[in-house]
Design a protein around this ligand. Structure first.
Ligand code: BGC
Length: 740
């Protein structure tokens, strides 16, 4: 992971003495108050809250974003409580605040850490103006199950990509110094294994063996810790019978002791008291004890800590040292944020909300994250010169709320520019535009308007269908067992296809959908995720070739839901499939009792490949990869070498390509994935232009956790690829050899 190690954020250093001085003056109740995060979402709570603040019984408040109210809460805490400790003000600033950036999965499709960082920076500044100083993001749960609604919030299936982009996002929130105006504390969540909940059903158990946990699910968290993330949130789910919020081995053991995390750990919403619901504890008192012992420093919404920790300490069941350690961690972050010097927000000191530059960042993020999945006969880009009429049809062409996606508490749909609006603006009377919503929502089953839709398509030179999922169909607790296009959308595709005109499908969705039933009917498919406030202009720019698509999939697209989990970095198995070994269900001889071919690892009805692979994404240009070179084909542990190739734009337009580096460790102490992403880079090339793309690979980048759960680099053979997706690439080999 050496390539993603970055300097710790300096803002939370150098405050030890102030923390100790304050801690020495605190009563046990005041200490425990710091461990309590109260919900202010409902206004009726404010009187109660004011009294609790005066009594020093609250350390942070979540869900208050009125700057005036936040400043009043801070004033009470600072001026009317005995010790005057300012508050953490937490909010789910997941992908934007007033301006909404693409959903995190859409941002991941940009493969652009700098852009992801800038998008988070915009969100941080807007949130800081409202008084928020702590966001519950980034969510860096590796997710390989698109049924899970929270895949929308994730950075995809790959630990390396999620590490690099998660670090970029948290740096965007926290800035170079947490103490500067506009910086807010980040929270890496959900620790750990939440992305692996059974059958993609939210809050279910995640059964991940420790080796897999360390090699896959924990890696982004380790990267976030090394990058100086201020806080970490535990997961609602359990791993191996122990809910994360009581999981001492994970939280205290790995996160704090082994990795040396020095920020603080917050529970998820009421997840301390839920330890009882899980069946791990008999009551709230036991829950408080188990969570505190596990290393959870702060309880989010719930009163198990405030109600029971004092007695647990006094009765000798909990060491006060544990409480002190938790308070230290929280105070360090408060000092790091500069809250003792500047507890109040001053919106005037920050860039204006929804300013031009911020909207441009939102547009660029949407543009770079949209993936061109298919483009038969180069039907895209459309040309304003050649088209006279265009049909724009579908429930998501003009849906300002839905294009924002999930988790947009503070998003302003009034700022949304929809695809329909953007196409109108861009074509500005130069073509006849015919719009029909055709379905009330993405889930509608009413086909009453389909005849009219087919008619519009027949009369027009081309049709763009805006399909997918409304925002409500993804996000927390919004999981689906069938992830095909909902409602009658597939039928709408078939009816419009029948018109026989060029058909472009643009999909807005919070997850990969299974598209096998429509893929062949569409000449082109643009996958836009939920692209946020500026999704419309980004889509229009791509449709009309103002820009070339450059997004790449951060997650594999299954053909059928039964293939899940399907991900590129799977294990080889003892019987790997190949095109020659696959038998299709329709080809089985009715008299056969046993297959002579086909005793390999695949599904009779789906094969073994995804519909679209991780890393896939087309362009209006074409790119030629050539001459893969290694600066050395033998390296010893501790060394690095350069892998490079030439990349040429053989197309006719300027375009960007995300070049990807993959490695395979052929023999391991534990089996290794068939490919693992180890580097990527965005390269912009003019037509005919060629560039050298190089990556430095260090042997640390090849390290993995072996059977004894220690990080190791093993001598042996490796394969390496550079290419435009996880399925393609130039291939070479190298060896790691023992020193001497
Ligand atoms: C979610 C967290 C979120 C918290 C606060 C929980 O339900 O799991 O991710 O930060 O609510 O809104």
């Amino acid at each position: 992971m050496s390539s993603i190690l970055v300097e710790p954020a300096r803002g939370i250093e150098g405050v030890g003495q102030r923390v100790e001085a304050l801690l020495s003056r605190m009563s046990l109740e005041e200490k425990i108050g710091q461990l309590s995060l109260a919900n202010a979402g409902d206004s009726y709570i404010h009187d109660y809250l004011a009294d609790a603040l005066r009594a020093g019984r609250v350390g942070g408040v979540l869900n208050e974003v009125n700057a005036g109210v936040v400043n009043e809460l801070q004033r009470i805490a600072v001026e009317e409580s005995r010790l005057g400790i300012p508050l953490l003000i937490g909010r789910d600033v997941i992908h934007g605040f007033r301006i909404v950036m693409p959903i995190p999965l859409g941002q991941a499709a940009t493969w652009d850490p700098d852009l992801v960082m800038r998008a988070a920076r915009v969100a941080a500044q807007e949130a800081a103006a409202a008084g928020v100083n702590w966001t519950f993001a980034p969510m860096i749960d590796v997710c390989r199950d698109p049924r899970w609604g929270r895949i929308a919030e994730s950075l995809g299936e790959d630990p390396f990509l999620a590490s690099v982009l998660g670090v970029a996002m948290l740096r965007g929130f926290q800035g170079p110094d947490l103490g500067r105006p506009g910086a807010i504390a980040a929270c890496a969540k959900h620790f750990a294994g939440y992305g692996a909940v059974e059958s993609g059903r939210d809050y279910a158990a995640a059964n991940v063996p420790e080796n897999e946990l360390r090699n896959v699910y924990l890696r982004p968290f380790r990267a976030a810790v090394e990058a100086g993330v201020a806080s970490v949130m535990t997961s609602f789910s359990e791993v191996d019978g122990v809910p994360a919020t009581a999981n001492e081995r994970l939280v205290r053991g790995i996160l704090k002791d082994e990795w040396g995390f020095d920020g603080f750990v917050v529970s998820d919403w009421d997840s301390v008291r839920q330890l009882h619901t899980h069946g791990l504890t008999a009551n709230d008192r036991e829950s408080a004890r188990e969570a505190a012992r596990a290393g959870v420093d702060m309880e989010m919404h719930g009163d198990a800590y405030i109600a029971h920790l004092p007695a647990l300490v006094r009765d000798g069941e909990l060491d006060e040292g544990l409480i002190d350690a938790a308070v230290r961690r929280i105070l360090r972050v408060k000092f790091g944020l500069g809250l003792f010097e500047h507890p109040f927000t001053d919106p005037a000191a920050l860039p204006s909300v929804a300013g031009e530059a911020s909207l441009a960042t939102a547009r660029r993020a949407a543009l770079r994250g949209i993936v061109l999945l298919r483009n038969e006969h180069r039907v895209l880009p459309l040309s304003l010169e050649n088209l006279r009429s265009l049909a724009v049809i579908g429930p998501l062409a003009d849906a300002p709320d839905d294009q924002l996606g999930t988790w947009v508490f503070d998003g302003d749909a009034g700022l949304s520019v929809t695809p329909l609006q953007a196409i109108r603006d861009l074509s500005a009377g130069r073509l006849e535009l015919r719009y029909l919503r055709a379905m009330e929502t993405s889930r509608s089953r009413d086909t009453g308007a389909f005849e009219e839709a087919a008619g519009l398509a027949a009369q027009s030179d081309a049709t763009i269908l805006f399909l997918g999922e409304e925002a409500i169909l993804s996000g927390e607790a919004h999981c689906r067992a069938d992830i095909s296009l909902p409602g009658a959308q597939a039928e709408l595709v078939a009816r419009v296809r029948h018109a026989g005109k060029p058909l472009i499908v643009v999909i807005l969705a919070g997850r990969p959908l299974t598209l096998a039933n429509i893929v062949d009917q569409a000449d082109a498919i643009l996958y836009a995720w939920h692209p946020g406030t500026m999704g419309g202009p980004a889509i229009a720019d791509l449709l009309f070739g103002i820009e070339s698509p450059s997004g790449k999939l951060p997650v594999s697209f299954p053909r059928m839901v039964g293939q899940i989990p399907i991900y590129y970095s799977h294990k080889n198995t003892g019987k790997p499939p190949s095109p020659d070994s696959v038998v299709h269900i329709d080809d089985i001889d009715p008299k056969a009792r046993q297959l002579s071919l086909g005793m390999t690892s695949f599904h009779l009805d789906a094969g073994y490949t995804p519909l679209f692979a991780f890393g896939h994404g087309l362009s209006y240009a074409s790119f030629e990869y050539s001459d893969l070179r290694l600066s050395s084909s033998e390296i010893t542990p501790g060394q690095s070498f350069i892998v490079s190739c030439d990349l040429r734009n053989t197309g006719e337009v300027r375009a960007e390509e995300v070049v990807q580096l993959y490695v395979r460790d052929l023999v391991g102490n534990v089996t290794r994935p068939v490919r693992e992403l180890k580097g990527f880079r965005r390269v912009a090339l003019d037509p005919g232009q060629q560039a050298v793309v190089d990556f430095r690979l260090h042997t640390d980048d090849l390290a993995f956790y072996g059977r004894d759960m220690r990080l190791m680099v093993e001598p042996g053979e490796f394969q390496v690829w550079i290419g435009g997706s996880s399925e393609t690439g130039l291939c070479s080999a190298f060896r790691v050899v023992p020193p001497g």
